[in-house]
Ligand binder design. Structure first.
Ligand SMILES: Cc1cc2nc3c(=O)[nH]c(=O)nc-3n(C[C@H](O)[C@H](O)[C@H](O)COP(=O)(O)O)c2cc1C
Length: 374
């Protein structure tokens, strides 16, 4: 029977187990550059078969939160080199999640206070749709996302190229590959969703081919730059995050993508189930149909525990299981899962921002409160 703890060959990259650390923004990069503390955090978690980093913006335009480490400048690449070195010293593998937030940004984060870009001019307006940016006094905090402007047709190629450059930078920084962030209501989803995308050009909402064109152009540009075996993509079908409305074309859209991505022989597709975030869960039925259309490595994330992850593996629905929050408080998560040791509960207040507290100070099991209580 397939186990979470056996090795896995991911397009020629040998993972030491089937546990993936899901991408998690931690907002601790003061100057937008990964530093020694970032390296320490990922080093502690290198027991994962694969780490996917926090989202790293491909450009200033793609940034929606302050204190996030980017991947477009030489200094940022040097910062990430420390991270990849640390993880590789521990025998781990690490992909960078490359990210453009689209409309989930704020004028204070954009060049010359400009508008963020999107597929359309529709702003995100539910109560969770905030950017972490600066107010008029320059103080950082949560602010309503600004009204975006639609990317002109002749600008799309520039954004596609920014993704390809970021991927090349990631390889230059020593990453084993990149995960294109196509989930969670950000720019790629703003093109995929026909209720947000009101364009009439070839990236428009008229047909599934047009709506998925931007995503596939990004995939193809990134593959052309660094090779398919180093490229993954994250998608969140049925997701509602950041004011993404539900629409009747979700299944058609994502099954079309599944088939198109299968032809491209990527390292993986990573599905994020937002069932815990007041969205419909990805059903086993849909997962099975996605799997039929997409023959490559499939990762699932969202409220997994050891039992559910092993069930999905056993039933052949997924190849790798991603864990997010459990990795925050359990740097040695794989060892704890393997030995059925108690897990520590992460502290939500320190998820984003601050320093070492709630970041690099969670102990391994031997030194933990859970061990003392056992
Ligand atoms: C603090 C925090 C930050 C996150 N940041 C990202 C991110 O940068 N990119 C992304 O795709 N998902 C992000 N997520 C979602 C996680 O990758 C994961 O899918 C989610 O937490 C559900 O998995 P879990 O139930 O195992 O935590 C974040 C989640 C948390 C808790």
């Amino acid at each position: 029977m397939k186990s979470l703890f056996e090795t896995y060959d991911m397009s020629g990259q040998k993972l030491r187990n089937r546990v993936v650390m899901a991408p998690m923004t931690r907002a601790r990069a003061k100057d937008g550059i990964a530093d020694e503390q970032t390296a320490e955090y990922y080093r502690q978690r290198a027991g994962a078969g694969l780490i996917v980093t926090e989202g790293t913006p491909i450009s200033q335009e793609g940034t929606g939160f302050a204190f996030i480490p980017g991947i477009w400048s030489d200094d940022q690449v040097r910062g990430w080199q420390g991270v990849t070195k640390a993880v590789h010293e521990e025998g781990g593998k690490i992909f960078a999640q490359i990210w453009h937030v689209g409309r989930m940004s704020h004028t204070s984060l954009q060049a010359a206070g400009g508008q963020p870009v999107s597929s359309s001019a529709k702003p995100a307006r539910d109560d969770k749709s905030t950017a972490y940016a600066f107010n008029d006094e320059g103080v950082a905090g949560f602010v309503e996302a600004s009204v975006p402007r639609p990317l002109r047709t002749d600008e799309v190629a520039r954004v596609v190229n920014d993704f390809a450059n970021a991927a090349a930078n990631a390889v230059g920084a020593g990453f084993d590959g990149v995960e294109i962030h196509g989930a969670n209501g950000y720019l790629l989803e703003q093109f995929l969703n026909p209720l947000i995308n009101d364009r009439t050009d070839r990236y428009g909402a008229g047909s599934v081919e047009d709506r998925t064109r931007f995503v596939l152009e990004i995939v193809d540009a990134v593959v052309a730059r660094i090779g398919a075996a180093k490229v993954g993509i994250r998608l969140s079908p049925f997701g509602r995050l950041f004011d993404m409305p539900h629409h009747p074309l979700i299944e058609e859209t994502y099954l079309h993508l599944a088939a198109a991505l299968a032809e491209r022989n990527l390292a993986y597709v990573h599905l994020k189930d937002q069932g815990a975030a007041s969205a419909p869960a990805i059903s086993r039925d849909f997962l099975g149909r996605f799997r039929q259309s997409y023959s490559g490595t499939l990762i699932l994330a969202g409220s997994l525990d050891k039992r559910r992850a092993e069930e999905f593996l056993r039933d052949g629905l997924i190849d790798l299981a991603a864990f997010g929050q459990p990795f925050i408080a359990n740097p040695d998560l794989v060892a704890r899962l393997r030995q059925d040791l108690a897990l520590a509960t992460p502290i939500r207040e320190t998820y984003y921002g601050g320093g070492a507290a709630g970041y690099t100070d969670y102990p391994a099991y031997e030194d933990s409160a859970e061990a003392k209580a056992a």
